[in-house]
Design a binder for this molecule. Structure first.
Ligand SMILES: NC(=O)c1ccc[n+]([C@@H]2O[C@H](COP(=O)([O-])OP(=O)(O)OC[C@H]3O[C@@H](n4cnc5c(N)ncnc54)[C@H](OP(=O)(O)O)[C@@H]3O)[C@@H](O)[C@H]2O)c1
Length: 344
């Protein structure tokens, strides 16, 4: 059994914890919070031992004042775990990495951190093998994960591809009241945005640039993508649809026939099929909008930002622990275990 610590039990941390808990080869050994809050109740309900993100006695004791059992500070948790999944807010990685190195523990960061932090970025379909037995990695962001899911199979099918894409980004997560815009469209003025080039940290062979725009929605991101294929490619619109339908964690569906024209209906679909938190781990591609004209492929896809990276974290644990060398094996084990709590 792989003993997994979750450092940071927020939007991503609570989802990773449940995905770990669902697997037969790993267990949640503890989760951390900065202090007592409503979020601790979920950990209590799931019987995950709570630890404090700090070793400060005063902060540890504050948990019991509000009726929660805190099993100690982060150092104590790191002592008993085999691997830590860092789900702290972005940009805290540098400080936390020092701690992990001192404890000699394997570690996985999230997409809010830069590639340079670990020098190894990870996505199941792109580079599972290069992460085998590594000490640390970063699971790339939700957008980079989404781009990889459809672009890596295209690259594998026809070699050289050049990609231009626009990320139409949700302004904030549904449970986050601190961000915006709420009545504006906000172009990201750093061009190219980091999203496209970030794909090259997991698949350097794909040439890609991106623009990004934040819009007032909390549900999902949408990507508008144009891929230039080699002139002598042998794909057709139909064969691309078939290719993506065969990929794990990609849903290709006709939005017009199924009356799923927007991200609102995609999210309703996830709730209807009983997904926990209404999550959608898969990337949703609108089938009728996939269009290959000469050597240019056009498509839209939707990304559920809070959840597409969750199964990737589970595969990344197996890569770092060296237990599954084949990414497709890991993906099928991960997804079969998760489907037991996911209503399908
Ligand atoms: N949300 C998304 O859509 C999304 C998607 C993909 C990747 N990511 C990435 O995932 C990471 C986590 O994001 P999130 O959305 O889950 O953030 P979040 O909801 O704000 O949760 C962050 C958690 O970290 C805890 N924390 C605060 N300071 C900490 C520290 N020094 N060490 C460890 N934990 C600490 C917080 O504790 P308290 O609960 O006690 O405050 C909270 O539980 C970021 O790198 C982010 O960029 C997020």
């Amino acid at each position: 059994m792989i003993k997994v610590a979750i450092n940071g039990y927020g939007t991503i941390g609570k989802r990773v914890a449940d995905a770990v808990d669902a697997q037969d080869d790993m267990e949640v050994i503890g989760v951390t919070k900065t202090g007592p809050s409503f979020g601790c109740q979920l950990a209590v309900k799931k019987q995950y031992p709570i630890f404090c993100t700090s070793d400060d006695e005063e902060r540890i004791n504050a948990f019991s004042e509000q009726g929660y059992v805190c099993h100690g500070g982060i150092s104590k948790l790191l002592e008993i775990a085999d691997i830590v999944i860092d789900c702290s807010p972005g940009k805290m990685g540098k400080i936390n990495l020092e701690r992990y190195k001192k404890s000699g523990i394997k570690h996985i960061f999230q997409g809010g951190e830069k590639h340079d932090l670990t020098g190894l970025s990870y996505t199941s379909c792109a580079n599972h093998e290069s992460a085998l037995n590594a000490n640390g990695a970063r699971v790339v962001s939700c957008n980079t994960t989404g781009l990889s899911r459809t672009l890596v199979p295209l690259y594998d099918a026809c070699g050289d591809i050049t990609v231009e894409c626009t990320m139409i980004r949700r302004a904030a997560d549904p449970g986050d009241s601190s961000k915006g815009p709420i009545n504006a469209i906000k172009p990201v003025l750093k061009v190219p945005s980091h999203h496209g080039p970030d794909v090259m940290t997991v698949k350097p062979e794909i040439k890609i640039n991106s623009l990004a725009v934040a819009v007032p929605t909390t549900l999902m991101h949408v990507h508008s993508i144009v891929v230039e294929l080699p002139v002598n490619h042998n794909l057709s619109t139909e064969s691309v649809i078939k290719l993506w339908k065969e990929q794990p964690r990609v849903i290709v569906m006709n939005g017009t026939e199924n009356r799923i024209p927007t991200t609102a209906e995609v999210m309703e679909l996830s709730r209807d099929i009983g997904r926990k938190w209404g999550d959608l781990h898969e990337i949703f591609v609108w089938e009728e909008a996939i269009s290959l004209i000469d050597n240019k492929l056009y498509y839209f896809q939707a990304i559920h930002q809070e959840s597409d990276v969750i199964p990737e974290n589970i595969d990344c644990i197996r890569a770092l622990m060296g237990t599954n060398s084949d990414w497709k094996d890991s993906v099928s084990i991960t997804d079969a275990a998760i489907s037991k709590y996911n209503g399908i």
